[in-house]
Structures are given as structure tokens and as C-alpha cells.
Design a protein around this ligand. Structure first.
Ligand SMILES: NC(=O)c1ccc[n+]([C@@H]2O[C@H](COP(=O)([O-])OP(=O)(O)OC[C@H]3O[C@@H](n4cnc5c(N)ncnc54)[C@H](OP(=O)(O)O)[C@@H]3O)[C@@H](O)[C@H]2O)c1
Length: 328
């Protein structure tokens, strides 16, 4: 097998593509031949030693991938050799083969291509858990999605529309806004032409007839969080999903009081660990929605696995729409 190895977690430049012995699965594990792996934000942090999970060295990065089961370890009963699976195990994906805990593998129905499967679990699970479970989104409500052309943002647009909501998508370019409209967004805001404190609020007010969004989905953080929260509707729910822009914003708590609004934390990874049955049920629902054509990952581009450093550079440029996927 071959893999991108991280022997010294000081950044992407220190990764090397190496020939390694193909491992045998231990108890509860499977060996997966990887067909595709997607890039997620933690994949960058982990090779810089900046992620909360710090795997023992050396390790192979690549949190999310899809492929074919080539061998099963002792005690694995629900997966068979030859089965197509998607997996989000945190590491191992930027390679030709990896061992994965069988319990983390999602068996794929026929007709689920590996490129879509490799870009599926993280974005849809996060956005469904956020909108449906945490925010209790109802049909007819209005959702404002920030960073709407990114990975979780594109999933949030599709899932909010599937739930019968009206979607206002906010992103940093006209190109990104056009993609959001193609995905079903009813309205878009290009926030690069607004200053945080004034016009973003005016635009949200205009598009909601002064009422404000019932739900705000925020994977970006930074300067737009407070003006967005100031615009929220009575009984609104502000979903704290991530901080892609860097700074972690602080929100004055009196705003929550004045709007009867909730600040709702979203941590899908811990939800999956703490409430595995509810998560498994949600994943089943999402797979069914995919097979019915209700949701489909937006793939910005696919690159050969050997082009991982190039993929990291593209990811850092803030130009990606949806997801980047590496293929073997
Ligand atoms: N809470 C959870 O359970 C959970 C799960 C998955 C991901 N997350 C987090 O959610 C965030 C988004 O993840 P993602 O996979 O959607 O990432 P992504 O595809 O890179 O999208 C992030 C979006 O953030 C916006 N952005 C604003 N300032 C940026 C900057 N300085 N650099 C890069 N992007 C910037 C960009 O949109 P514009 O250019 O349009 O502003 C970009 O499209 C990350 O922080 C991730 O860690 C949280």
C-alpha cells in the first residue's frame, strides 16, 4: 500500500508519499481499499498539531473516505469482503488502503458512487443534526446560512429546503451565491460587499420583511456573527457550528433575552459517540434522501491522491465550492 505519512506534524510540506506494508485487520477492524477521500478542515489542523485529536506519530491523515472492504477482522459480522463503505475515522484516508473500526463504516447501497460517499458523512450529518435535531426546524420557517457555499453550508441549504424551509444563503462572492441559488436557496447575500455592522443587517431585514430569520446556521464565526444574531427573529435559534474565519466571536447575552432567542451549540462528532442509536437512525435517513435524489454533495473538483499538497493549497485559498475529493 501507499500513503501520505505524517512523521513530523509541522504542516503539509512535511508529509511524504510512502510505500508501507499492507496491514491485517485486528478484531473489530476491516481493511478498506480506498477509492476516494475528501478534505475536511480538521485534515489541515491535524498535520499542524493544532487539532484536538493528536494521533501517535507517524500517522496517515485523511478523516473521511470511501472504498471497498478487502478483509474483515475477528468479530466483524455486519460487513463483508467486497462491500462498498464510507467511513469517517479521523485518520488513514489519504492512502490506497487503511484499517478502520468496523463500527464506523457505513455500508453503501448500490448506486452510491465513491466520490459522493467520501464527501457525505461529515457535511450532511453535521447539518441535519444542527437543523433538525438541535434547531427543531419547521416547514415554513426561514433559515439564514452563512458560509453557504462551503462543505457544511451547501449541505445545510439542501437539508433546509428538504425540510420545507425558506433559505437565505450568504457567501463571499457572486459565484458562490449563484451556486447557492442552483442548490435551491430562495435568496442570497454576497457579504463581501457589506460591512458587518450595518448593511448585512439591513439586507437580512429586507429579505425577511423585518422579522429576521428563525434559524441562523453559522459555520464561519468572526465579524458577521453579532450583526447576524442581532437580526434573528423572536424565538430564533442561532446554531454555533464552526469558526472557519478564525476568530471566535462573543455575543452579548442581552440580545438573547430581548429576542427570546437561543444560542445552540452543535457538535456532531460527540453526538455520534454519545447517542449512537440516534446517529445511526439519522445516517439511514440521510442515505435514503441521497438515493431519492433529495441531497447530493457538491464536488468542486477531484484530484489524484498524489496531489494532496495541491488540494491543501486550493482548500486554503477560500475558493472551494462544496468539497474537494482525492481519488485513487
Ligand atoms: N460543529 C460540528 O459538529 C462541525 C462539523 C463539521 C465542520 N465543522 C466546522 O464548520 C466549519 C466549516 O466547515 P466546512 O467543511 O464547511 O469548511 P469549508 O468548506 O472550508 O467552508 C467554510 C466557509 O467559511 C467561509 N470562510 C469565511 N472566512 C474564511 C476564511 N478566512 N478561510 C476559509 N473559509 C472562510 C468560506 O465561505 P465564504 O468565502 O463564502 O465566506 C467557506 O466556504 C469549520 O470550522 C469546521 O471545523 C463543525
Amino acid at each position: 500500500m501507499q500513503a501520505w505519512l505524517c512523521e513530523n506534524p509541522v504542516g503539509v510540506d512535511a508529509l511524504s508519499w510512502k510505500e508501507l506494508p499492507t496491514p491485517e485487520p485486528g478484531a473489530g477492524e476491516v481493511l478498506i481499499e480506498i477509492q476516494a477521500a475528501s478534505l475536511n478542515f480538521p485534515d489541515l489542523l491535524i498535520v499542524q498539531n493544532k487539532y484536538q485529536m493528536k494521533p501517535p506519530l507517524p500517522f496517515v491523515p485523511g478523516s473521511e473516505y470511501a472504498g471497498v472492504v478487502r478483509a474483515v477482522g475477528e468479530g466483524v459480522t455486519h460487513l463483508q469482503v467486497g462491500q462498498n463503505v464510507a467511513c469517517l475515522s479521523g485518520t488513514g484516508g489519504f492512502s490506497t488502503h487503511t484499517l478502520a473500526p468496523a463500527g464506523l463504516c457505513m455500508p453503501l447501497p448500490p448506486g452510491f458512487p465513491p466520490v459522493d460517499a467520501a464527501a457525505f458523512i461529515m457535511i450532511y450529518a453535521t447539518s441535519q443534526h444542527a437543523l433538525v435535531d438541535r434547531a427543531q426546524l419547521k416547514a415554513g420557517e426561514t433559515v439564514l446560512v452563512l458560509g453557504a457555499a462551503g462543505g457544511v453550508g451547501t449541505a445545510a441549504i439542501q437539508l433546509a429546503k428538504a425540510a420545507g424551509a425558506r433559505v437565505i444563503a450568504a457567501a463571499s462572492s457572486d459565484d458562490k451565491c449563484a451556486l447557492c441559488r442552483q442548490l435551491g436557496a430562495d435568496e442570497t447575500i454576497n457579504y463581501s460587499v457589506h460591512t458587518p455592522q450595518t448593511t448585512l443587517r439591513d439586507e437580512i431585514k429586507r429579505l425577511t420583511g423585518g422579522k429576521g430569520p428563525d434559524v441562523i446556521y453559522d459555520p464561519v464565526g468572526g465579524d458577521f456573527a453579532e450583526p447576524a444574531f442581532r437580526s434573528i427573529a423572536w424565538r430564533g435559534r442561532y446554531l454555533v457550528v464552526g469558526f472557519a474565519s478564525g476568530p471566535i466571536p462573543s455575543l452579548p447575552l442581552n440580545l438573547s433575552l430581548l429576542k427570546g432567542a437561543s444560542i445552540v451549540g452543535v457538535f456532531w462528532g460527540d453526538f455520534a459517540k454519545r447517542e449512537p442509536k440516534a446517529n445511526a437512525q439519522m445516517m439511514q435517513t440521510l442515505a435514503t434522501m441521497y438515493m431519492k435524489g433529495q441531497i447530493k454533495p457538491v464536488i468542486d473538483q477531484t484530484l489524484p491522491m498524489k496531489d494532496l499538497p495541491k488540494a491543501y493549497a486550493i482548500m486554503g485559498s477560500r475558493s472551494v465550492k462544496g468539497k474537494l475529493v482525492l481519488v485513487n
